[in-house]
Design a protein around this ligand. Structure first.
Ligand SMILES: NC(=O)c1ccc[n+]([C@@H]2O[C@H](COP(=O)([O-])OP(=O)(O)OC[C@H]3O[C@@H](n4cnc5c(N)ncnc54)[C@H](O)[C@@H]3O)[C@@H](O)[C@H]2O)c1
Length: 313
């Protein structure tokens, strides 16, 4: 049985809270820290009576120390376009100062370290699908740069701690992930469509809806994290679902699943919106023996109850 102690920054968020569940199931004791900027304590309701779980409300942009840990999982960062646009400076701070603090904990305690990066590091990609070796096409001064450059810096400082201080680091590049516990109003495609369909509002599609995205169900994504966390790979690994859908197709599937009579409304594309986004997961397949198992239809069905309740509030 695994008796190790893991620290999860951003543990009250969508992915962080699912990761806490998975680590507890894997035998870790878990300390989650979060400043609740975009996270929610209700994501821990089911853990209230679990003595192996602890939560501390901490802003990791301030130096912090929760005692010795064996593994640091650094997930704190506003992640949705709505959140990082509202909290642009906080996003840059947590990707830089907060990341130094998380890495310093790993260094101090000789802990392993795992950081959540993003497919946004590839920007509006000129290569398709995106392999980890592609350096990306990011506008460093556009409105999305508060997030994209924050994450690129996060990767840079992580590799530097590995090279200079020999911290045992891992970097995951996460592609769009969805499932229960996502915030309904965070502007990401699936919660947005679910909310609109379940409330009988028009589904807003930007541009002609021909831009593609790939969507990974949360349990698949978390399984990829666990496998990477146990591997010896220090360079970034893409974890995401390579099956592409146009935004329009996705809207139609949500309408079919919810049985909603909402219409589709077209609006102008936001600046720097990537036209194509799809992971090449050859590295995850060969290195980790990982690939997603849940298709979009199934993942949407598994999420429907959660979104139904959230849409009623
Ligand atoms: N969900 C996705 O599809 C996706 C895709 C790519 C990358 N990621 C990355 O995964 C991580 C988690 O994303 P998510 O979707 O769960 O977002 P989320 O907003 O639900 O979770 C982020 C958490 O970090 C916390 N946080 C932010 N700043 C903090 C600070 N200074 N101190 C302490 N806590 C802080 C927030 O309160 C929140 O609970 C992020 O690093 C994000 O960039 C997510």
């Amino acid at each position: 049985m695994n008796r190790q102690r893991a620290l999860v920054t951003g543990g009250a968020g969508f992915l962080g809270s699912h990761l806490c569940d998975a680590l507890l199931a894997d035998g870790y004791s878990v300390i989650a820290v979060d400043n609740l900027l975009t996270g929610n304590l209700s994501n821990f309701d089911h853990l209230r009576n679990d003595s192996r779980f602890e939560f501390q409300q901490i802003d990791i942009n301030q130096p912090f120390d929760c005692g010795a840990v064996d593994y640091v999982f650094h997930f704190a960062c506003p992640a949705s376009p709505v959140d990082y646009t509202v909290h642009g400076i906080a996003t840059l701070r947590v990707g830089s100062i907060g990341t130094f603090h998380a890495l310093d904990i790993a260094r101090k305690y000789g802990a392993k370290y795992f950081v959540s990066s993003t497919s946004e590091c590839y920007g509006d990609p000129l290569q398709h699908p995106q392999k980890e070796t592609y350096w990306g096409n990011v506008n460093p001064i556009g409105p999305r740069s508060v997030y994209d450059e924050s994450k690129r810096f996060t990767e840079a400082v992580t590799m530097a701690y590995h090279r200079y201080y020999k911290v045992d680091t891992r970097i995951v590049r996460i592609f769009n992930t969805y499932g229960p516990r996502m915030q309904l109003n965070d502007g990401r495609v699936i919660p947005n469509f679910m909310k609109q369909a379940l409330r009988g509002e028009d589904l807003t599609v930007y541009g002609d809806g021909g831009q593609t995205r790939s969507f990974c169900y949360v349990s698949d994504e978390i399984e990829g994290f666990l496998r990477l966390s146990k591997s010896a790979e220090h360079f970034p690994v893409n974890i995401g679902n390579p099956t592409e859908f146009t935004i329009l197709e996705c809207a139609k599937r949500v309408l079919a699943l919810t049985g909603s009579s909402s219409k589709i409304r077209y609006e102008a594309l936001p600046p720097d919106d990537p036209k194509l986004r799809c992971p090449d997961i050859t590295k995850a397949r060969t290195l980790l023996g990982w690939e997603p198992k849940t298709d979009l239809e199934t993942g949407l069905r598994l999420s429907l109850d959660y979104f139904r309740k959230a849409a009623q509030v």
